[in-house]
Design a protein around this ligand. Sequence first.
Ligand SMILES: O=C(O)CCC(=O)C(=O)O
Length: 263
Amino acid sequence: MKLSLDLPTFAARMEETGWVVFEAAVPADLVERMRAELEEAWDICRAIQVKNGVASDADRTVHHLVGLKPSFLEYVDASEPLEPYLEHYFQGRCILNSLGGAINTRGHTSYAQRIHRDIRSYSGDMPLLLNTLVMLDDFTPENGATYLMSGSHKRAEKPDDDAFYAVAERAVGPAGSILVFNSNVWHAGGNNTTDRVRRSVTPMYCKPFIKQQFDYPRAVGYDRGPELSAYTRQIVGYNARVPATLDEWYQPPERRMYKGDQG
Ligand SMILES: O=C(O)CCC(=O)C(=O)O
């Protein structure tokens, strides 16, 4: 993975506008595998949504892809060059908070197309959560490139629709680009007015003391931790687990489930 912005540029833009796009960062063959597995994941998620009575006719949104299909863990692994950028943002370590995705099509809308932010409590200068979005297709104004209100990470209140759309900018880029934004930034997915799908996955990162939306280490398998790179082990959350027995709790520092360096 090759990142198109250096750390000082990233830091300045994240401070000023709250978002950046790393253009064409993800290798094309990995993007291709993620596209194919996103469709497979949709079939799996949909079957469970229907079984449990929570299926809606929204655009095809999928959830918790790490542990479900291999390319998404491969993405986490390949994204190690993001580490200094993540550490800069969080002023320390972080873990995966969630990794879902969407297949946006013409004529359908999903919850992500409302003006929103993904952190329910405005966190101001405290970096609790970071959004990223990997473009699996080219993102254009026509197929619904994400709208972002630059600088809105500095205000707690939600803008009304007119104020938002009057100034919102679009995150466009070729497939394989990664949009990164402060989770306090107000944003909205756009409408896809083309005949082709617009696919994305959305890895979100948080401080290690925040609860993950899904137990990713358990989904991948506790026994697989040692075979992962140190970076992937950290991001998946192996260093920030919750003990469930006293035997897991009473351990020397190197074997603890929540390690001492997680903040
Ligand atoms: O699909 C998009 O363009 C926006 C995604 C989004 O709003 C989100 O991940 O919170």
